[in-house]
Design a protein around this ligand. Sequence first.
Ligand code: UD1
Length: 372
Amino acid sequence: MKVLCVVGARPNFVKMAPIIREIESRPGEIESLLVHTGQHYDEQMAGSFFRDLKLRPPEIDLGIGSGSHTEQVARIMLAFEPVMLSFRPDWLLVVGDVNSTLASTLVAVRLGIRIAHVEAGLRSGDRGMPEEINRVLTDQMADLLLTPSEDADNNLLRAGIAAERIVRVGNVMIDSLYTHLPVAESSTIRERLNLQRGNYGVLTLHRPVNVDDRHQLEGLLQTMGEIASRLSVVFPVHPRTRERIDRWGLVMPPGLCLIDPQPYPDFLRLWSGARLVCTDSGGLQEETSALGIPCLTLRETTERPVTIELGTNHLVGTGRSRIIDTVDQILAAPWRPPDVWPPNPGIPLWDGRTAARIVDALLEHHVSERRD
Ligand code: UD1
C-alpha cells in the first residue's frame, strides 16, 4: 500500500510524526512519501520540529512559503499535482485544518486518489475562521474520516457523511505529547527564564481575528498585562503576531515576557509547568486538557468542545471581565501538578496510541475496498 503524507504548518508536524513512526515500524506493509508544502519554512516554525519530533526530512519540499490564503492554496495545488501523478498513492493522508490540508485534498479528489483525513469532524461553527472552511471542505472530499472524539463523529453524520467512512481513532497530537514528556524534562527553559513550576502563566496568540486588528490585539495585551501584574506571563510570539506588534509599535505591559517561538520540547516543558495557559490555539486546548492544566481559550467558539466538558478548558472570549474573573477563580484554587500519566479517562482514546489505530484503519479500508 502506498501512502502520500502531507505536512505544511507547525501543528501538522506534531500530528504527522507519530504516524510516520508507526508506518516505519511496519516495514514491507506500507510505502510512504512525505511531502512538506513549505507553508511554514523557517527554523523556529519548521526546522526544529522535524529534528525534535524525529520526523524524517521530507522526500519533497514544495517550498511554497507565505502568501494570502488564495496564493498559498493555488501554489500548493500547482506544485503538488505532479508529485501525486508520479507517486500515484493508494491514499493521500492529511492532518488538521491548515491551507496545505485543503490544497492537497483538492488535488487528490480530482485525480481520483482516496483521501484519509486525520482530525476529521471538528467544527467551531464560525465560518469566519479560515480553518473552519478548510475542515468542512476537506471532510466533504475525504473517503476515510479519522476522528478524535464523539462530537466529531456526530458533526460528520449531521453533514450527511456515511457512517462507514468514519473511524474514531483518538487524538494523535496526544501521542506526541506522551512520547516527548520525558524528553522535555531535560529542557532548561524554566531555569533560563527564572520560572518556578506552578507559579507563572503562558500566553499564545496567533488567530487572525485576534492579532490582525490593532484594537483587538491591544485590548488583549492590556488584559494580559493585568494578569501579569499578579503572576508572570511568558508569551512565545508567533511570527504573524510579532509582525503586528512591530508594525504598530505596541508597548508591552510589565510582567509580560515576550520570547521567540519555542522548539517543541521547550514549549512542552514551559506550558506543562504553568499555573494556567491563555491561548487562541486549537492544539493547546487539547494538550492542556490531557494533563489537566487550566486553559483559558481567548475565542468566542471552539471546535474542541470535549475540552470544555472536561472542565479544564474555559471558553472566555476576549473581553476583559470574563478573562479576569476566570483567572481569579483559577488562582483561588490550590495549584496541583499536571496529570502526567495515566491518560485522562474523561477523554477516551487520547491515550498515546492513536497513530497505530490510524495505520490499522488505512490498511483495513484499503483491503476491504479492494474486495468490493
Ligand atoms: C497557520 C494555519 C493555522 C495554524 C498555524 C500554526 C492556515 C489557514 N492557518 O497559520 O491554522 O494554527 O499555522 O502556526 O493554514 N511565517 C514565518 N515563518 C514561517 C511561516 C510563517 O515567519 O515559517 C510568518 C509569515 O510572515 C506569514 C505568517 O507567519 O505571513 C503567517 O503564516 P501562515 O502560514 O500564513 O499562517 P499562520 O498564521 O501561521
